[in-house]
Write a protein that binds this ligand. Structure first.
Ligand code: F6P
Length: 335
């Protein structure tokens, strides 16, 4: 144990060494979160072990020690320096038992998992079956976790998608075309809705609203009649049929030519924007303090500008809805 570097935080849990991993789809800002964990822990005299390749690495004992200088120059970098994976072995009790043995062999007192709901399932079972304290940090571009207003990576993904939408509008307007653009988000429409409003889309299709494409064909026809220079339609990947299905329905229903653009994994890359860096830094710091205070099996998030703690199970059992106000706003402004 090294000497504390700043005011000591109460440590009734007696944490001396924590492990941290990133899991599931990477998200811009994960490095900022790792950095915050490492530097907060070090400032409290706590050692940090980085687990490489998410739960697959935990299962294999793929560990490295991390000090404050190991995370230098990572704040602005996209991706994750610890690498990420979607683990299959972790889904079995045997796989989790092996991971728990590796943690104990390295005298690790607690684990911080940066990822989405799949990763939180893994963390929850580790704590339930082996009594190892765990804290989740919301790291996913999808923003689909109950218990936090925003997830790490979401703001950057929206900026990246918006940049692409602006560019597609340039070419779309020049050719007076209808562009149907698909954004990520898995089963949620958060990215789609934000991008639609910020990008001035004529229509947006999200999984949270099962409206039929046929029902909006008049809007598409009308937008052309109104003299609009091309149209932008945003489709969340979770909407049935995706952008390809929507484009086909528009072509079949109106005879108008469409172009489809699926933005894909580009939305997961790039340097995190300031909001993601700040969110990740706050949450990384809070995660270490939470473990020291004896908290476990919770996700640290931010709600209404305050740090909040949500049971891990709630993050996947309860649903975070899209902003209905914003959905209405998207419709109102597409006149
Ligand atoms: O959860 C993040 C995410 O990028 C989703 O938006 C998308 O559906 C999925 O991951 C893609 O996963 P993969 O990288 O495994 O193709």
């Amino acid at each position: 144990m090294t000497e504390p570097h700043c005011d000591p935080h109460p440590n009734p849990a007696g944490i001396k060494r924590v492990a941290v991993l990133t899991s599931g789809g990477d998200a811009p800002g994960m490095n900022a979160a790792i950095r915050a964990v490492v530097r907060t822990a070090t400032s409290q005299g706590i050692e940090v072990i980085g687990v490489r390749r998410g739960f697959s690495g935990l299962h294999r004992g793929d560990f490295i020690t991390l000090g404050p200088r190991d995370v230098a120059n990572t704040l602005q970098r996209g991706g994750t320096i610890l690498l990420s994976a979607r683990s299959h072995t972790w889904r079995t009790p045997e796989g989790r038992a092996r991971g728990a043995r590796h943690l104990r062999a390295h005298d690790v007192d607690a684990l911080i998992v940066i990822g989405g709901d799949g990763s939180f399932h893994g963390a929850h079972f580790l704590q339930e079956e082996h009594g190892i304290p765990v804290i989740g940090l919301p790291g996913t571009i999808d923003n689909d976790l109950y218990g936090t207003d925003h997830t790490i990576g979401y703001f950057t993904a929206v900026e990246t998608a918006l940049d692409a939408v602006d560019k597609l509008r340039d070419t779309g307007a020049s050719h007076e075309r209808i562009f149907v653009i698909e954004v990520m988000g898995r089963h949620a429409g958060h990215i789609a809705l934000d991008v639609a409003v910020a990008g001035g889309a004529e229509e947006v299709f999200i999984p949270e609203d099962a409206k039929e494409v046929a029902g909006v064909l008049d809007i598409v026809r009308a937008s052309v009649k109104k003299g609009k220079m091309g149209s932008i339609i945003i489709v969340a990947e979770g909407y049935p049929g995706g952008a390809t299905g929507v484009a086909q329905a528009i072509q079949d229903g109106t005879g108008m030519e469409t172009r489809v653009s699926i933005l894909g994994h580009i939305q997961r890359g790039g340097s995190p924007v300031s909001s993601d860096r700040i969110l990740a830094s706050r949450l990384g710091e809070a995660a270490v303090y939470a473990l020291m205070e004896g908290k476990s099996d919770v996700m640290v998030g931010r709600q209404n500008h305050e740090t909040s703690f949500t049971p891990l199970a709630d993050t996947w059992e309860k649903r975070k809805d899209v902003s209905r106000d914003l959905y209405r706003c998207a419709k109102t402004l597409s006149i």
